[in-house]
Design a binder for this molecule. Structure first.
Ligand code: NAD
Ligand code: UDP
Length: 319
């Protein structure tokens, strides 16, 4: 039996990205030592610049498709581009990142006997025919479309996590994350919230793909990270998967209207073609998270958008 060590050494892959950098802030605030491993594909040194000089923080430039050797107590595996624009840029690399990355990080966790967390996604449900989506739903995923590198990569990663759990007794936690937004998203990230806010602040046309009737449920980053930390503390006999997200659902058109209202923007709305396989609706069923973690999101869309708008406003003014 390993001794419980209140100060843990925690590896966060993808830690220079949007979610990873917020997670690292919380782990450091809890007194842990953190190693961030990231190849800076979509992440940025700016997201972790404030940690420079912190003796409990270490950055390693590393691509998770290659093995990593280090000693840690816990691993959060977040490395993977999350925006469709970025994960479709080099789709072969995206699948490798999900699958080889999972194999490498699971191998590390197995050698160390370390608990390992996987940042999975609502995309495992594809274009869902069950609404809202509970964890028991197996999904409706196109295996050969332009989103498949990400969706199937993440599904295969889940398979690997559960096989390591069954076959090797590995202590795993799998979170299925639904659309999350907030400060430190990259201004050219390509996802809808950052696109709309940056376009609105610049008074440039707001690009609605299709008619804008497709829906998403948007979670503010602070709520999500709280869910990560609580899931990670679940006992070893609870591997997940667990949905984490905000169940309040909006059409993309409603999101555009809200962003325009909150920024006072003069941006017109323009319609662009809907990318193929774009899910028509998405809303997490978070009953499991409510029951097991006592968790639910606290920050509603308007409040979260204001904080995110302030962030991008500062970024654009400084540019
Ligand atoms: P992000 O693009 O900001 O962060 C991903 C990070 O992974 C970046 O820092 C990037 O440089 C790094 N990375 C990519 N490929 C790598 C590789 N081969 N080796 C090492 N590092 C690599 O995206 P995010 O929103 O912070 O997403 C983090 C994780 O959460 C991803 O695994 C993503 O799939 C998952 N997720 C996010 C959302 C969301 O709405 N934000 C939703 C579902 C799942
Ligand atoms: N979208 C949009 N305009 C944009 C970017 C995205 O209308 O500039 C739409 C996209 O087609 C999708 C939704 O917004 O229906 C969410 O897209 P995002 O890339 O943020 O994430 P997804 O949930 O599709 O992975």
């Amino acid at each position: 039996m390993r001794q419980y060590n209140p100060q843990q050494r925690v590896l966060v892959t993808g830690g220079a990205g949007f979610l990873g950098s917020h997670l690292i802030d919380r782990l450091l605030a809890q007194g842990h030592e953190v190693v961030c491993a990231d190849n800076l594909f979509t992440g940025s040194k700016r997201n972790i610049a404030h940690l420079h000089g912190n003796p409990n923080f270490e950055f390693v430039r590393h691509d998770v498709t290659f093995p990593l050797y280090m000693e840690v107590d816990r691993i959060y595996n977040l490395a993977c581009p999350a925006s469709p624009v970025h994960y479709q840029h080099d789709p072969v690399q995206t699948t490798k990142t999900s699958v080889h990355g999972a194999i490498n990080m699971l191998g590390l966790a197995k050698r160390l006997g370390a608990r390992i967390f996987q940042a999975s996604t609502s995309e495992v449900y594809g274009d869902p025919s069950v609404h809202p989506q509970p964890e028991g739903y197996w999904g409706n995923v196109n295996p050969i479309g332009i989103r498949s590198c990400y969706d199937e990569g993440k599904r295969c990663a889940e398979t690997l996590f559960f096989d390591y759990h069954r076959q090797h007794g590995l202590d795993i936690k799998v979170a299925r994350i639904f659309n999350t937004y907030g400060p430190r998203m990259h201004p050219n990230d390509g996802r809808v919230v950052s696109n709309f806010i940056v376009q609105a602040l610049k008074n440039e046309p707001i690009t609605i793909y299709g008619e804008g009737q497709q829906t998403r449920s948007f979670c503010f980053v602070d709520d999500l990270v709280e869910g990560f930390l609580r899931l990670m503390e679940q006992p070893a006999d609870f591997p997940g998967p667990m949905n984490l997200g905000n169940p309040n659902e909006f059409t993309i058109r409603q999101l555009a209207d809200k962003v325009i209202a909150l920024t006072g923007s003069r941006s017109p709305l323009v319609h662009k073609p809907l990318p193929s396989d774009d899910p028509t609706q998405r809303q997490p069923d978070i009953r499991l998270a409510r029951e097991r973690l006592g968790w639910e999101p606290k920050v509603q869309l308007e409040e979260g958008l204001r904080k995110t708008i302030d962030y991008f406003d500062g970024l654009l003014r400084a540019a």
